[in-house]
Design a protein. Sequence first.
Length: 274
Amino acid sequence: MIDPLYVASGFGVGLLVGMTGVGGGSLMTPLLILLFGIHPSTAVGTDLLYAAATKTGGSVVHGWSRSVHWPAVLRLACGSLPASALTLLVLWKLDLKSDSERNLVNLVLCFALLLTATSLIFRRSLMERYRRRLEQVDDRTTAIATVVTGIVLGVLVSISSVGAGAVGVTVLLLLYPRLPVVTIVGSDIAHAVPLTLIAGMGHWALGDVDWALMGVLLLGSLPGIVVGSFSATRVPETVLRLTLACVLFVVAGKILFAELHLSSAFETALAWTR
């Protein structure tokens, strides 16, 4: 039996992704955790493969349109893919279970959501302030910075499934100021496909993927992305960006508050046992 609430959630996230271009992980993972009570690790693993599936189509379109800067994609991948594999290996070695695993994912997720929201708000001011300076940076420095960015994204995405969208686009805009925005977006999407696929397969190996849930989410999100893409030009970009940033701030605050509340309750219970 297909739960219509899951389908509706997938459609809503797909709609926002199509309208804003922000990665679904910023929206879907918190939704699964807060609204449906899915364990954070399962939410992350399921969302990673969900993102790999949804972004493959976008990557093909951008590649066909020649709006992908492949050198930037390869540099990002040189950092992100090894970082993702190493992060998953560390998680497997630590063998985090129940509360410890939940706490780690929630804290990294909060950080990634706050970073994404901040990049949405200050992207334009950052571009205005640093774009001319960064145009004078030599290619070798740009290449190194791109690989380092990939490493950071690899760690963030592997733990929280968040970061490859708004954060990746913001950094690429700063590092490659001469490229058109459509090429920056296409390059970010093309890089996100192998990263989310590898990270998602790693979580599957750790037992953190709900395939039935992913199928239901895709059932709603694919039409949502199509509708959102056609609606994007009808809504002011600034309004969308700031609204989404506010939502991410609220979601991050709610997760962090719940995390701190649980930690305080645990410490109180521990004190009573002494």
